[in-house]
Design a binder for this molecule. Structure first.
Ligand code: DC
Length: 223
């Protein structure tokens, strides 16, 4: 009997605004892997609830909305029910609501199943909050990206501030609230896996972070 061979999985976890998504995408391109943005999955659930007028306090309906969604990746972009919703999912209101749906254990179970299913089909670089701790404990290599909260809020503001209408101060305050909720929830709180490499990106640009990560991944995949 031959042992099942699983595709390589690289996990990148960390709070919002550390440049995780861009770093994960660039790393995936360099390695020839697909990029999985798991935050976009939580955002998709939140967006579906907003569209249907479901209250975020109505757990049953939120879980039912999560159960209806179908996901796959095409050219590094998450497809939700066959559609690329990347633009709509970055909206400020959707991000705020995503943190609420992410606190429901049953929503997490549904999305974790989708994440593992996607990883079974192709090598991936996946980013989120719980990828190294909960979803892929046996990942080939795990990273945890950090940066100071001011640097993170400034980056987020430059990325979405102008179009979302939110000020730097709004983003900083909401980010701090969200970080607190994400790191203190009872299920899959935001924290580094014990075997994750912690990388502080405050003083590094995207290419520098990708260089550091790519070097470490190549060493791990050789061994
Ligand atoms: O990274 P992001 O801002 O797109 O994530 C949106 C929300 O989803 C954020 O509040 C954290 C949550 N999230 C999570 O709980 N677990 C993940 N694997 C990814 C995101």
């Amino acid at each position: 009997m031959t042992a099942a061979v699983s595709s390589p999985v690289i996990t990148i976890d960390g709070p919002a605004g550390t440049g995780k998504s861009t770093v994960a995408l660039r790393l995936a391109e360099r390695l020839g892997f697909q990029f999985l943005n798991t935050g976009a999955m939580y955002r998709a659930v939140a967006m579906r609830c907003l569209e249907k007028g479901i209250s975020f306090e109505d757990e049953e309906s939120v879980v039912a909305a999560a159960r209806e969604l179908r996901f796959c990746i095409r050219e590094h972009r998450l497809q939700v029910d066959g559609q690329d919703l990347s633009e709509q999912l970055t909206a400020h209101s959707v991000g705020r609501s995503a943190s609420l749906v992410a606190a429901y254990p049953r929503v997490r179970e549904i999305l974790v199943e989708h994440q593992r299913d996607i990883a079974r089909r192709q090598p991936i670089v996946t980013e989120g909050r719980d990828q190294g701790t909960v979803v892929f404990p046996d990942a080939s290599r795990k990273f945890f990206l950090t940066a100071s909260s001011e640097v993170r809020a400034r980056r987020r503001f430059e990325e979405v501030g102008a179009t979302s209408g939110a000020s730097y101060e709004d983003i900083l305050r909401e980010q701090q609230e969200r970080d607190l909720r994400d790191s203190t929830r009872s299920v899959a709180p935001l924290k580094p896996a014990e075997d994750a490499e912690i990388v502080d990106s405050s003083d590094l640009d995207v290419e520098q972070v990708v260089d550091v990560l790519a070097r470490m991944v190549q060493e791990s995949l050789k061994n």
